[in-house]
Design a protein around this ligand. Structure first.
Ligand SMILES: [Fe+2]
Length: 178
């Protein structure tokens, strides 16, 4: 993945030029509670939540314009290397105190890849519920680039959320079924 991280560095170089489509409200929501196990239990009682932003106060990330990917060709490279046709599912900036609440992504089943860049070590995390054991796991980001893979399945919902106390960038890709 090192060669891919190198390509992704272009995003960091050009970050100031990348358009943002929404504003950030850092103090509007309670991140700790929103990303808690208690909140997840409540959401699970109601059934599924495919997208975090379909309920209020559950997502305050900044959506970035993804035209830079025409230069980087991330999905093309990944498609060639893994043999799976992919499309971009999201390109986000998490400033300090930004988060994305619990959700499943069940609107698009199959493998997901998330690339994340963090400005600092262990100040941001990907949290998920192990669909087999029900255990809640907080996977802290390290400084710099990393990636994670998981499988979205309605039979075994993969509940997950993200929180950040630093600057964090994430790029998601799902399977292109077209
Ligand atoms: Fe997600």
């Amino acid at each position: 993945m090192k060669h891919i991280y190198k390509k992704l560095d272009k995003i960091l170089e050009e970050f100031r030029k990348i358009n943002q489509t929404n504003k950030f409200f850092p103090n509007k929501y309670d991140m700790d509670y929103t990303l808690s196990e208690e909140m997840l239990s409540q959401l699970m009682i109601n059934g599924d939540l495919a997208k975090a932003n379909s309920i209020d106060h559950n997502d305050n990330r900044i959506i970035l314009n993804n035209s830079i990917f025409y230069q980087i060709k991330l999905k093309e490279i990944l498609g060639e290397e893994t043999g799976i046709k992919r499309k971009y599912s999201g390109f986000f900036w998490y400033p300090p105190d930004a988060f994305c609440g619990w959700h499943t992504n069940n609107n698009c089943e199959g493998e997901r890849i998330y690339f994340a860049w963090a400005a600092e070590d262990k100040k941001s995390f990907f949290r998920y519920r192990d669909p087999e054991t029900g255990e809640i796991i907080t996977d802290w980001d390290k400084k710099g680039w990393q990636h994670r893979k998981f499988v979205v399945s309605k039979n075994k919902p993969f509940w997950h959320c993200v929180g950040s106390k630093t600057n964090r960038i994430s790029i998601g890709l799902n399977v292109d079924k077209s």
